[in-house]
Design a binder for this molecule. Structure first.
Ligand code: PFF
Length: 452
């Protein structure tokens, strides 16, 4: 029985183990695939600027808020809210998080499957010899037009995720992240340095880092805010769930700071690889499309000595980074079913995994040469609705709940444990109660105009 308990709700082996696992959730395709795609589609540097502001002013606040709520209640999102305000409609925050988790998992795993596929492609020599943008375009189109292949990869990703989750938090998550996240970081720095020295890189750097304010509009702000939530794994209770495993003696503020910082650095570095390489290969920065990074990374990899080996390593690490994020996406619904509905971890992981796989099928089949779902852009729609809107609504509700319903004062008491001074308190309270909710409400009100 004792060991059952440990599996149900373990604690992190150490503070650093928590930071690595939470960073493992945050760092993933959101940084390396979604961020450059968003930058490319939303005006370049001006998007980057708004994104950084959103991370610092709002993302960090919500991160600390979720961790605090999780550690205080020691529960999954639904349980956490119910613990503080039993039998009230506020529980909807938790349910929204559970649904959002399943929906994001479904399309996210499709792209994670691409990363695995590209690892194999690189290993089998698809990118040997001269790698041009025409070649990478062709390879991506062929790759995503093969239904059986993308579905098998989707199945592998979700199957692996469900397997790891069914083994419980400690054994499952910690082991992966300790070594592999730092390794990914080193490889990305290395590739960024190379990309910056490519002929023609300046054009890409200008697109990426020199803001053109005439491109600033509501869409840019909406997507930058949505991207901040997505990348930091906020707004659906992931960090509530992760916070529930943090020990009372840990400093929540510095933990939140480290996770936010490392996540943002990786995203910014990914951009430093993509845009100079795009310019080098003679393409404009705004070519967009979900295939962007899969078409660009093989080009930069072909430019470095040992590119074949580094290519395999890069896609392997990208797959692992994606996997540590899919784990956290599945953890939210599973923790809910285990804690609130008394399901076994195994049964919950299997059932939700299977459901997400089925839901992922139309996204997997909405590319290039396939007839069935191509026109509907299923992946794009789910990505927009759940990756932007749902997370923003969730973050708004979490801020209002903690700021006004539970009360900022009580939350501060929780933060004091492990950080008795909490110097950022006035700023955090201001952002929690006013800045963050108002910014999100503003964006949501204007969304009709933006999308219409
Ligand atoms: N933050 C992850 C990434 O950037 O790849 C994706 C993600 C994980 C979003 C967990 C939301 C979440 F709850």
């Amino acid at each position: 029985m004792a060991s059952q308990e440990t599996i149900k709700r373990g604690t992190w082996g150490s503070k650093i183990a928590f930071i690595l696992a939470a960073a493992g959730s945050a760092i993933g395709l959101g940084n390396i695939w979604r961020f450059p795609t968003m930058v490319s589609q939303n005006g370049g540097a001006v998007f980057v600027l708004v994104y950084i502001l959103a991370v610092v002013l709002i993302g960090f606040t919500v991160m600390l808020t979720e961790l605090t709520l999780g550690r205080h209640t020691q529960k999954n999102p639904v349980g956490a809210i119910g613990y503080i305000k039993p039998r009230t409609p506020w529980k909807i925050i938790g349910y929204l998080g559970v649904i959002t988790g399943v929906c994001i998992l479904s399309f996210y795993s499709v792209v994670a499957g691409w990363a695995v596929g590209y690892m194999v492609k690189t290993a089998t020599g698809a990118f040997r010899g001269e790698v041009t943008s025409q070649l990478t375009d062709k390879i991506f189109t062929e790759f995503t037009s093969n239904p059986l292949q993308v579905l098998v990869l989707l199945f592998i990703i979700i199957g692996l995720t469900a397997f790891i989750i069914s083994k419980g938090v400690k054994g499952g998550i910690e082991r992966w992240t300790k070594v592999l996240m730092p390794l990914l970081f080193v490889l990305i720095i290395f590739l960024a340095i190379k990309a910056l020295t490519l002929p023609g890189a300046e054009k890409g750097i200008a697109f990426y880092l020199k803001p053109d304010f005439s491109k600033l509009n509501g869409t840019v702000i909406l997507f930058a805010l949505g991207q901040a939530f997505f990348s930091l794994s906020l707004g659906m209770g992931t960090m509530i769930t992760y916070g529930s495993y943090i020990s009372k003696s840990d400093n929540l503020v510095s933990s939140a700071g480290w996770v936010t910082f490392s996540d943002t650095i990786i995203a910014l570095l990914a951009g430093l690889i993509i845009f100079p390489t795009l310019a080098f290969s003679g393409q404009p920065g705004n070519i967009g499309g979900f295939g962007l990074v899969f078409k660009i990374f093989p080009i930069i990899l072909s430019q470095i000595p040992g590119g074949y080996i580094f290519g395999i390593l890069f896609f392997a690490l990208l797959s692992v980074a994606a996997l540590t994020s899919t784990i956290s996406l599945l953890e939210v619904p599973v923790a809910y079913l285990v804690d609130e509905r008394n399901w076994s971890r195994k049964k919950a992981a299997l059932a939700v995994g299977l459901f997400s796989f089925v839901l992922g099928i139309p996204s997997a089949l909405s590319f290039e040469g396939m007839k069935i779902f191509t026109k509907m852009d299923f992946l794009g729609k789910l990505n927009f609705i759940f990756g932007n809107i749902s997370l923003a609504v969730g973050a708004l509700l979490i801020c209002v709940f903690v700021g006004y319903v539970w009360g900022a004062k009580k939350a501060i008491q929780e933060i004091f444990s492990g950080n008795p001074k909490f110097k950022l308190r006035p700023l955090w309270v201001f952002s929690l109660k006013f800045l963050s909710p108002i910014a999100v409400i503003f964006i949501l009100i204007f969304i009709k105009k933006i999308t219409g």
